[in-house]
Design a protein around this ligand. Structure first.
Ligand code: NAP
Length: 394
């Protein structure tokens, strides 16, 4: 039970692995930090720690800890193309800090270019933007702030399930457009009560989604590679499925909460979507590439899938003409579920902790490590490159 809580929860573990620091030639390590632009909001609100302007609190942390002579910080949102600041800084970077909301895709080409790279930190959860296979081969440590935003995402999932099932978006649009057509909205509005809702993966987020949905009196289902403790299954009255297919066939709502890695890339392809119940809904806050982009559009347009929501796209930021932006009956948002102000405080603190440990050759928390000493050490991932390079558009 304790090991289960350690894995699925946010608790720290003392048995950890050591990340060794390799001093650069001039004694100063370059830390490349790729974040989104804060704009006016970021300038005004210092709590938006995940933006370039506030840089995860790293500038203040470096000052307070008198680390100026040891760390050179390059903070930028400029990550696209050969001439971007991120690309130009890579050859000298010992550490790359990036975030799922504005990922610096570390594909094979970039890893080859980043000859001094020792540590890739995800400011948040989900390290699929790093080619884990290449990181293993090069001995690059990949760490993320596990658990930092899992409640934030679980709440977003519940919100989006309700938005779809209750037909909230068209109803809201009517108000804004000065309309009042109740029948048109009621035509596709249901109660969530008594519906079958299933999660693909019951890790930190998936489990929290199940817990939050229980009071809605729904029939809960899950699929995961490993089963939850019997006591948890009983408490939640949740049905286990030994395959995604089995879960997809019986659920009115499927929520996807597994990492993107070779096993899950395009898991929801044409075939899987065709197995889902006609009129069912999908909420995916895990990763865009778990869906086959065009197969989803077809399934929505043919009315087989009633609605789709989530906040994850591939690649990110989503192109202006990404087909999910304009497909019918969606409730998509930009990738922000895991970057609430509460979550930002937690993942920024986690990033500083990981960087500080690395700098001082202290052990990292075990649950933060995805790749260590040439191996994938997180049970939730497998080796490989699920993003296949940042230029691929699907
Ligand atoms: P987690 O605690 O590591 O849970 C991941 C779960 O996925 C584990 O239970 C794992 O199984 C399961 N899994 C792995 N491969 C699977 C497969 N092939 N089929 C079924 N289940 C599989 O991670 P988490 O904190 O819940 O986060 C999950 C994912 O959500 C992240 O990796 C990230 O992609 C996404 N996320 C999104 C946001 C956002 O802002 N939208 C924020 C945070 C995270 P076992 O461990 O049992 O092997």
């Amino acid at each position: 039970m304790l090991s289960h809580i350690l894995r699925k929860g946010v608790l720290s573990s003392n048995s950890s692995t050591l990340i060794r620091r390799y001093a650069s030639t001039n004694g100063q390590e370059t830390v490349l930090v790729v974040l989104y632009e804060g704009g006016e909001a970021g300038k005004k609100n210092k709590n938006i720690l995940g933006c370039v302007e506030n840089a995860l609190g790293l500038r203040e942390w470096i000052k307070e800890n008198k680390l100026d002579s040891r760390l050179k910080l390059v903070v930028t949102s400029d990550k696209q193309g050969e001439n971007s600041l991120a690309e130009k800084t890579l050859p000298e970077a010992s550490v790359v800090i990036s975030q799922p909301f504005w990922p610096c895709y570390l594909d094979q080409t970039r890893i080859d270019k980043a000859k001094k790279l020792k540590l890739a930190i995800t400011a948040g959860v989900g390290s699929d933007h790093v080619n884990l296979e290449a990181a293993c081969k090069r001995g690059i440590t990949v760490a993320e702030v596990s658990g930092s935003n899992v409640v934030s995402v679980a709440e977003h999932v519940v919100m989006q399930i309700l938005a779809l099932v209750r037909n909230f978006i068209p109803a809201y649009k009517q108000v804004v457009n000065g309309e009042w057509d109740i029948a048109k909205i009621a035509d596709k509005a249901y109660d969530l009560e008594n519906k079958h809702v299933g999660t693909v993966a019951a890790g930190r987020i998936g489990l929290r989604v199940l817990q939050r949905l229980k009071p809605f009196d729904v029939h809960l289902h899950y699929y995961d590679k490993f089963r939850l403790d019997k006591s948890i299954e009983k408490e939640l009255n949740v049905t286990y499925h030994s395959s995604v297919e089995s879960l997809a066939k019986v659920c009115d709502v499927v929520t996807i909460n597994c990492p993107l890695h070779p096993e899950t890339e395009h898991m929801f392809d044409k075939k899987m979507l065709s197995l889902m119940k006609k009129g069912s809904y999908i909420v995916n806050t895990a990763r865009g590439k778990i869906m086959d982009r065009d197969a989803l559009v077809d399934a929505i347009k043919s009315n087989h899938i009633e609605g789709y929501a989530g906040d994850v796209w591939y690649p990110q930021p989503a192109a202006k003409d990404h087909p999910w932006r304009s497909m019918p009956r969606h409730a998509m948002t930009p990738h922000y579920s895991g970057t609430t102000l509460d979550a930002q405080a937690r993942y920024a603190a986690g990033v500083r902790e990981i960087l500080g440990n690395w700098l001082n050759e202290r052990p990292q928390r075990e649950e933060y490590l995805i790749v260590d000493k040439g191996k994938v050490v997180s049970r939730a991932y497998t080796e490989g490159d699920a993003t296949k390079g940042h230029s691929e558009k699907k």
